[in-house]
Design a protein around this ligand. Structure first.
Ligand SMILES: Cc1ncc(C[n+]2csc(CCOP(=O)(O)OP(=O)(O)O)c2C)c(N)n1
Length: 632
């Protein structure tokens, strides 16, 4: 790779030394750098490629870090990281002890706001803009960059609404690539496309835009006057027709997001325009890497790939050809929906991620991608359930945090039969603390009426899904399962009903009992074997349900064993182990109980194996804890 200019950029101040004419070359080098790095060290890909020019233009025009740049979601911020002093560390992206895959305040002064979850940028930037006003830092510029996908999240609109009331000096850049991870759903995407394509609209915009471009030659007063008049003109012409103008934002664009010099010019012009404004920038996700442009969903986060051919390399599962849990979910949902006409599927913008795309394709009128809108997804499911449908609402464990009130208020208080499928439960790995699904056991088990379950393997997942949709259930039922591949090669077995609240014994033993929930059962089985080699006989129970607990099973365990280990890949505080301890206390049992799980701190990024080990809940950690408990 040539990298002539890029290697001279150790901070945006270095970038600002270049002539505007050199910016296209910087972009070319930056793009190549991202391709080189992400093909060998996997991460998010297409989104960062799409904003190369925007990133360069922003750091060129604004005086970062004094001016504040807020990225939404943050998966598109690789170029930002590379330009802000992290070029040489970028090969550690998402690796244990390496830099984070998302902006993170502790990592750099250029990362103004920690992200990972969507649709937060306008709120955060507005907070910063208001703070700047209160501190009399009136020269400080605040910019939020938000994608068209993230714009479908309700929070973005809550922030727009509030920003218009506050009149703060804030620039929102709408990075419109007409895609989320999957194609955007709903009218917002279509609306943006319509604006971008409308000739009359663009002619009108250009007139206004050109006028603004000529303002430079005027004195301050005249400029203000012209701006005011143009705003009035724009208001008159556009207000009824433009969503953002209706929020009292001054709307500019749409402009080509891949013309870096033009972008820099436009940003320079906008810098001096006061109040809330929105610049609509049209980009292509995956820009500059053919395969990523062609298959934008696959190249959102493709894993390892060959940068010459674009071929995506295997996921590197330990168990050859074992299915991903998400695929078992996706295929099982269709099987169940074929048998039970009441079943509908709901996903907030993760159809490929959770494999509901299979049902959307096969049964388009019974499966819904509702946009990045977890809260709506849950209440929409609740509405469906009031009418006798059986919604399977699939939300990643971490994103369900957004919709907690909807779970409690709209589903649980009304005891509605909604099946929550929480994908990516437990440690998710390289995405790190914003994405680990470690709170769900605790947050679900504290909700009255909620059944809380976690399968240990794919067959259990199928059977729990089958059980959850039966009419006799009649209440909210949550099933959480992990990221990645399972262990069962032959998982497509006939459905079996699982009795709610019934665990199972997987190994007999005399010296201690290991109680697990979900995936940690697999680790425990390995631990049992290794303990066996040391002549320690450990019993292993997979509880399956955190709520209701299998009280009969627990009673027999507490009667027989003095030493008990509980293991979960969720937070220790308030989780499965806590439930077992509560049971012990309530029933006056006594035993040495060690609760193993995620400690009371945020777990950084790394591979799942590394992080499970770090938390001491992999098979070695479990065996070690057992030995220690037994004084060995
Ligand atoms: C609350 C929440 N839900 C879901 C996601 C998963 N997610 C990550 S990126 C993304 C799509 C974002 O689309 P857009 O904002 O248009 O950015 P693009 O990737 O197209 O640049 C989604 C759904 C998330 N990060 N946060």
């Amino acid at each position: 790779m040539k990298e002539k200019l890029l290697k001279k950029i150790d901070s945006p101040a270095d970038l600002r030394k270049f002539d505007p004419k050199q910016l296209p070359e910087v972009c070319e080098e930056l793009r190549e750098y991202i391709i080189d790095e992400v093909s060998t060290n996997p991460g998010h890909f297409g989104a960062s490629l799409g904003v190369v020019e925007l990133t360069v233009a922003l750091h060129y025009v604004y005086k970062t870090p004094y001016d504040l740049l807020v990225w939404d979601v943050g998966h598109q911020a690789y170029g930002h990281k590379i330009l802000t002093g992290r070029r040489d560390k970028f090969h550690t992206n998402r690796r244990l002890k390496g830099i984070s895959g998302f902006p993170k305040r502790g990592e750099s002064e250029y990362d103004t706001f920690g992200v990972g979850h969507s649709s937060t940028s306008i709120s955060a930037a507005l907070g910063m803009a208001v703070a700047a006003g209160l501190k009399n830092e009136n020269d400080r510029k605040i910019v939020a960059v938000i994608g068209d996908g993230a714009m479908t999240g309700g929070m973005a609109f809550e922030a727009l609404n509030n920003a218009s009331a506050s009149k703060s000096d804030l620039l929102v850049i709408l990075n419109d690539n007409n895609m989320a991870i999957d194609p955007n759903t709903g009218v917002i995407g279509q609306y943006l496309l319509n604006i971008s394509k409308s000739h009359t609209y663009n002619r009108m915009k250009n007139d206004v835009w050109e006028g603004l471009g000529k303002l430079d030659g005027f004195g301050k007063k005249t400029r203000k006057l012209i701006q005011k008049n143009q705003h009035a003109l724009k208001n008159m012409l556009l207000k009824q027709n433009n969503l953002f103008e209706a929020f009292d934002f001054r709307y500019f664009g749409p402009i080509d997001g891949h013309d870096v010099e033009y972008l820099a010019d436009a940003l320079n012009d906008l810098k001096d325009i006061p109040g809330p404004k929105l610049l609509h920038v049209v980009t292509k996700k995956g820009k500059g890497f053919k395969q990523a442009e062609l298959d934008q969903t696959k190249f959102h986060a493709p894993g390892l790939f060959n940068k010459k051919t674009g071929e995506i390399l295997s996921c590197g599962c330990l168990v050859d050809k074992a299915p991903k849990f998400q695929n078992v979910f996706g295929e099982t949902l269709i099987e169940l929906a074929e048998q039970n006409k009441k079943i509908v599927g709901i996903t907030p913008a993760m159809p490929s991620g959770c494999s509901m795309n299979l049902m959307i394709k096969q049964m388009p009128d019974r499966a819904f991608d509702v946009g990045i809108a977890e809260q709506h997804a849950v209440t929409f499911s609740a509405g469906l359930a009031t009418q006798g449908m059986v919604p399977f609402c699939n939300i990643y464990s971490t994103f369900m945090q957004r919709a907690y009130d909807q779970v409690v208020h709209d589903v649980a208080t009304q005891n509605l039969h909604v099946v929550f499928c929480l994908d990516r439960g437990g440690i998710v790995g390289e995405d790190g603390p914003t994405h680990h699904g470690v709170f769900d056991i605790a947050y679900m088990r504290s909700v009255p009426n909620m059944i809380v379950s976690a399968p240990m393997d794919e067959i259990e997942l199928r059977n729990l899904m089958y059980t959850a949709q039966l009419d006799e259930i009649g209440q909210p039922f949550s099933i959480r399962y992990p990221r990645g591949c399972g262990t069962k090669l032959n998982w497509k077995k006939p459905f079996e009903k699982i009795e709610v609240g019934k665990g199972r014994k997987l190994s007999e033993g005399d010296d201690l009992a290991i109680l697990t929930i979900g995936k940690t059962g697999v680790f425990a089985q390995r631990a049992v074997k290794s303990l066996g080699r040391k002549n320690i006989s450990a019993a292993h129970y997979d509880l399956r349900f955190v709520k209701p607990l299998d009280e009969e099973l627990l009673t027999s365990v507490f009667k027989k064993y003095k030493y008990i280990l509980t293991v979960e890949d969720g937070v220790i505080k308030g989780g499965f182990g806590s439930a077992v301890l509560e049971f012990m206390a309530e029933n006056d049992f006594s035993a040495h109980v060690k609760v193993m799980g995620i400690p009371d701190k945020f777990i950084e990024h790394g591979t799942p194996d590394e992080l499970y080990k770090l938390c001491g809940i992999d098979h070695k950690g479990i065996a070690k804890a057992a030995l220690k408990m037994l004084g060995q």
